[in-house]
Design a protein around this ligand. Structure first.
Ligand code: NAP
Length: 241
């Protein structure tokens, strides 16, 4: 089995890569700017496995040529992609009145167009094989909406719509499409928040803690194996929404 995990140099994507490799799934670790972290993760996973189970590939998921190169790299190294994890994402904390058109466009280019491009890159081989799994990483803010994160919330709501529609289109081809909506998870993305804001978010969470990247990785592994699940949004948020 082989998985492509976008945005796996750190945070949630890195935890998914580690969990999948520990379960004997080959992983392509995609990254954009954190090459050193991606290489360190690859080396750690290969050493742990005692074989070549992980490889890295730099690509911008919003760029069609980069995406095709990533998919072809996977084919050369491990063969066809069985599991696509659309995890790469960026966030923006701004009032909508202060959000520029360029910021809006970049957010949707990475968070939404990236999901569309990556999905279309792997689909021909999945449809041909009549099997495949696609897991998209949305957010609880894509369900409930978050103040000062309107553009981000809208992009993540779009990922949920994409997941639900695609699951209906691809079910007859034996391909399952699901989505995870994480709550607040301790990654570099959330380090933009002040300690006070993080303490408030923790206080609003019934399980009284911020999530760990491995909380999401466990859910991704479950969805990768859950043969009768498609079109679902699995909320992993300690109960915050
Ligand atoms: P993170 O720590 O900021 O990591 C983001 C990852 O995405 C990095 O590996 C980054 O690569 C990659 N990336 C960004 N833009 C990219 C692009 N254009 N092409 C390819 N890769 C790109 O974020 P995270 O917290 O792990 O978030 C992962 C996903 O979970 C995102 O979709 C995020 O929206 C979602 N999420 C996070 C939380 C949370 O609380 N952390 C909650 C809900 C949903 P480089 O670092 O190499 O550039």
């Amino acid at each position: 089995m082989t998985a492509i995990i976008t945005g796996a140099s750190r945070g949630i994507g890195a935890a998914i890569a580690e969990t999948f490799a520990e379960n004997d799934i080959n992983v392509i670790i995609n990254f954009l700017s954190h090459e050193w972290e991606a290489k360190a993760l690859r080396d750690k996973l290969n050493t742990k496995a005692g074989k070549n189970i992980a490889e890295i590939c730099k690509s911008d998921v919003s760029n069609p040529e980069d995406v095709l190169r990533l998919k072809n790299f996977c084919n050369e190294i491990f063969g066809e992609c069985d599991i696509l994890i659309n995890n790469a994402g960026i966030s923006l904390q701004k009032l909508i009145t202060q959000t520029t058109t360029d910021e809006w466009d970049r957010l949707f280019d990475v968070n939404v167009k990236g999901v569309y491009l990556m999905t279309n890159a792997v689909l021909p081989e999945m449809i041909n094989r009549k099997s495949g799994v696609i897991i998209n990483i949305s957010s609880v803010w894509g369900i409930s909406g978050a103040s000062c994160e309107v553009a981000y919330s809208a992009s993540k709501a779009s990922v949920i719509g994409f997941t639900k529609a695609l699951s209906r289109e691809l079910g007859p081809s034996g391909i399952r499409v699901n989505c995870i909506a994480p709550g607040v998870i301790d990654t570099p993305m959330t380090q933009v928040h002040s300690p006070e804001t993080l303490a408030d978010l923790c206080g609003e969470t019934p399980l009284c803690r911020i999530g760990k990247p491995f909380d999401i990785a466990e859910a991704a592994l479950y969805l990768a194996k859950a043969d009768f699940m498609t079109g679902q949004v699995l909320t992993v948020d300690g109960g915050i929404i």
